[in-house]
Design a protein around this ligand. Structure first.
Ligand SMILES: *Cc1c(COP(=O)(O)O)cnc(C)c1O
Length: 413
């Protein structure tokens, strides 16, 4: 099936979301040239860079090619430095609390492996925790002898706040939470968990990988101590970029597991000191063009407006869920009382991987979440594997209608 050229008219906005008539869909789609050729519902995997972000990366690469890498960094020192202001603004943090890291996993690791764990420490987690984070906790359980306590879900599928409160033990040191899981439309109550962490003086580690760029994030309101995220997903930055936030008051208690001549100063023959700010978690060598591109992506998202983005993304996804659930044999799996731009579903008689490949052949991008990548969550919710369709604000109602039509045709083949 050949996809028709999709119109990018303001009328699609009006039917989807009557409140946000200020949202400029036409500009969003014009800045995203692939919209002409693709239905990109894989924004939780890697979104499409908007034109100004792509240009910012290219410009720096070109400068490197023209005058040399170190020389380009010197010339673009202001742009590189603006990364810290951009993320301080995005998260309501201060510049000293921000680090540039190559991805969200390593950002999270650099902070979590820096916690001075003692044998017998306990941590609280939820079934929706990201798989790489959970693997790291398993390693810490094995190596440092910490104990992992899983907080059950409430009836809405989110972390149960009452049980969380009750499960706090004198040995409990930290709460780990994934704000928006990779594998469903759930939005966990990050702020309420922050209140509990604060009241009990627990370290609070929040994975905001799928939340960043999809909704406003305010670290003061949430009260997290450590927050990690990636560039390529809803933030629409380049691949191979990520960021870390660490609360000022916690910095001195965290000694990064790796050290280099950027994160620390060699102060005497037999002595060194880590940087006083969050740059102690960075590497000296980094993807400079990516850092500039990620700053541009954060600024672009703020220009569109995070509340506007949230409103539109959540509402588009809800439209898709409603449409999908009218198709025979399709089961939508997203838990939560408030659901985000990630839509997960499976089809009877059709393997998720096969369906994703067939969609790909039609110019529709989605992805698969296999059970092995969401072990605790999928087991407990009895989800086999799922197709993940993740929508962004540049998607529109026509794409949703097209998508459902194609799904229906594939199921009846
Ligand atoms: C993708 C993802 C990560 C990992 O991000 P990387 O940049 O690939 O390391 C972490 N947490 C969640 C919830 C994710 O979806």
């Amino acid at each position: 099936m050949k996809l028709p050229t999709l119109p990018s008219t303001a009328s699609s906005v009006a039917t989807t979301n009557k409140v946000s008539h200020l949202f400029d869909l036409q500009k969003a789609r014009a800045d995203t040239p692939a919209c002409e050729k693709l239905i990109h519902f894989n924004n939780a995997g890697a979104s499409l860079m908007p034109q100004p972000v792509y240009q910012a990366v290219l410009d720096h690469l070109q400068l490197e090619q023209t005058i040399g890498g170190y020389e380009a960094a010197a010339e673009n020192a202001d742009k590189l430095d603006s990364f810290y202001s951009a993320f301080a603004n995005l998260l309501n943090a201060s510049r000293d609390e921000i680090a540039f890291v190559e991805n969200a996993t390593r950002a999270w690791d650099m902070a979590v492996y820096a916690i001075p764990w003692r044998a017998g420490d306990r941590v609280l987690v939820h079934q929706s925790e990201y798989s790489s984070n959970y693997l790291a906790l398993l390693q810490l359980a094995r190596e440092k002898r910490i104990q992992i306590d899983q907080v059950p879900s409430g009836s809405d599928g989110a972390i149960d706040l009452e049980q969380l409160q009750e499960m706090i033990h004198p040995q409990t040191r930290a709460i780990f939470l994934t704000y928006v899981p990779s594998q469903s439309g759930l939005v966990n109550p990050a702020g309420e968990v922050g209140d509990i962490a604060r009241d009990n003086n627990l370290l609070y580690v929040l994975d905001a990988c799928q939340a960043a760029g999809q909704m406003p994030i305010d670290v003061q309101q949430i009260g997290c101590d450590i927050l990690s995220g990636t560039g390529r997903k809803f933030l629409r930055g380049p691949r191979g970029t990520g960021f870390l936030y660490v609360r000022k008051e916690r910095l001195d208690t965290l000694e990064p597991p790796f050290i280099d001549l950027h994160s620390a100063a060699w102060t005497a023959d037999h002595d060194y000191e880590f940087q006083a700010n969050a740059r102690r978690f960075e590497n000296w060598e980094c993807f400079a063009a990516g850092k500039i591109g990620l700053a541009a992506a954060a600024n672009y998202a703020m220009e569109v407006g995070l509340s506007q983005i949230q409103q539109r993304v959540f509402s588009l996804a809800q439209t898709l869920r409603t449409e999908l659930s009218t198709i025979d044999c399709v089961k939508v799996h997203d838990p939560g009382s408030q659901r985000c731009g990630i839509v997960t579903f499976s089809c009877e008689n059709k393997d998720a991987e096969k369906l994703v490949a067939e969609l790909r052949a039609e110019g529709i991008n989605t992805s698969v979440t296999a059970r092995r990548n969401a072990r605790l969550d999928f087991q407990q919710r009895k989800v086999p594997s799922a197709v993940r369709a993740s929508l962004h604000y540049f998607n529109n109602d026509d794409e949703i209608a097209n998508f459902c039509q194609v799904i229906e045709s594939k199921l009846h083949q």
